[in-house]
Design a protein around this ligand. Structure first.
Ligand code: PBG
Length: 330
């Protein structure tokens, strides 16, 4: 073992140029994926109280946002629909309507800014009146019956121009079922980004506000999303999704689950994304707005922690903030 005084670890920390040279990790704009919400209407930018500076955007505003993302150099966006409560029902049938809000949003963005990759969730919760991700019958979430609807949902989304299908529902077997459905319909080149290790988490609260699902969720999602106590199980989830055809793996939430990001990347060497979720964003933003933390510094430090853990890309509501900060640094 190297020892003091011949070894002094402070030697390489003396100046910025030295620190830059020995830096093991870096965040670049190439690592960022914008996340946000679309709503009906035009010229609409609805604030979300629990997510300051994030808005529900009407399609025209979303297109303008996509143009801004392109100018910042951001490669992809994950878009979530905040569906009118009147269109929600027990089966989430609006999810498979080829003319639904998310499909119209995807095709408008794709047409205006074809260079940006579009990622869509596959899960029923934006469309169900009980706010669950699958079919709810007698208090139970049905697995196999849900798979059929998810496949239909994936198909309407790729037909609208979505590039990457991201199943976030945590039903068993959904990656395989969706891969098969996409291939059978001629969509061999569409990717699957699997929310493979998705935990039943309190950190999703503000997201549910954003979808107008606050208060409508019956019970919790613990029979399908993972238990925060487990980590070996995350590796089993990921292994199965890879076997079923996932192209990219996601871990979610981010900061409280960095150990999972690290284990997944070290075990499988797959493209691994991490989702800095709504509650993480809300905590950062609230502390920053109160002047309790150095907002920019903590944002960049958090991004670096994702990279250090092994993430290839980061989904974040603060993607634009990060991109702008990286420009200042250049
Ligand atoms: C839906 C979905 C959720 C999130 C992404 N997709 C919520 C949930 O599973 O309840 C959460 C994202 C966030 O909190 O930012 N299946």
């Amino acid at each position: 073992m190297p020892s003091f005084p011949s070894t002094r670890l402070r030697r390489t920390r003396q100046t910025p140029w030295l620190r830059n040279l020995v830096a093991e990790n870096a965040v670049s704009v190439n690592d960022l994926i914008w996340t946000g919400f679309v709503v009906e209407g035009s010229g609409v930018r609805e604030p979300i109280p629990s997510m300051p500076a994030v808005h529900r955007l009407s399609i025209d505003e979303l297109v303008a946002e996509a143009q801004e993302l392109k100018s910042l150099g951001i490669n992809a966006m994950a878009i979530f629909p905040a569906v009118d409560n009147k269109l929600k029902n027990a089966n989430g049938s609006e999810a498979t309507n080829p003319d639904n809000l998310i499909c119209r949003a995807v095709s408008a963005v794709k047409k205006a800014v074809p260079e940006i990759g579009i990622i869509c969730d596959v899960a029923l919760d934006p469309f169900t009146d009980h706010a669950h991700d699958g079919l709810l019958v007698d208090g139970k979430i049905l697995n196999d019956a849900t798979l059929e609807i998810l496949c239909q949902q994936a198909l309407v989304q790729v037909r609208a121009g979505c590039d990457i299908i991201a199943p976030s529902d945590m039903m068993d077997g959904r990656v395989g079922a969706i891969r098969k459905a996409l291939d059978a319909a001629g969509f061999q080149d569409k990717l699957i980004l699997s929310y493979a290790a998705k935990y039943a988490s309190g950190f999703y609260g503000p997201f549910r506000d954003a979808l107008n699902n606050k208060g409508s969720l019956k019970g919790d999602k613990k029979t399908y999303q993972m238990d925060a106590a487990n980590s070996d199980e995350a590796l089993r989830e990921v292994a199965m999704d890879i076997e079923e055809g996932a192209d990219i793996i996601m871990v979610k939430p981010g900061l409280p689950y960095l150990d999972i990001v690290h284990r997944v990347k070290a075990t499988f060497n797959m493209p691994t994304f991490v989702y800095q979720v709504s509650g993480e964003y809300a905590m950062w933003k609230a502390a920053a707005q109160n002047g309790w933390i150095d907002s920019d510094r903590i944002l960049l430090e958090t991004m670096l922690s994702f990279k250090r853990a092994g993430a290839d890309a980061i989904l974040s509501y603060a993607a634009k903030d990060v991109a702008k900060l990286l420009r200042q640094v250049d």
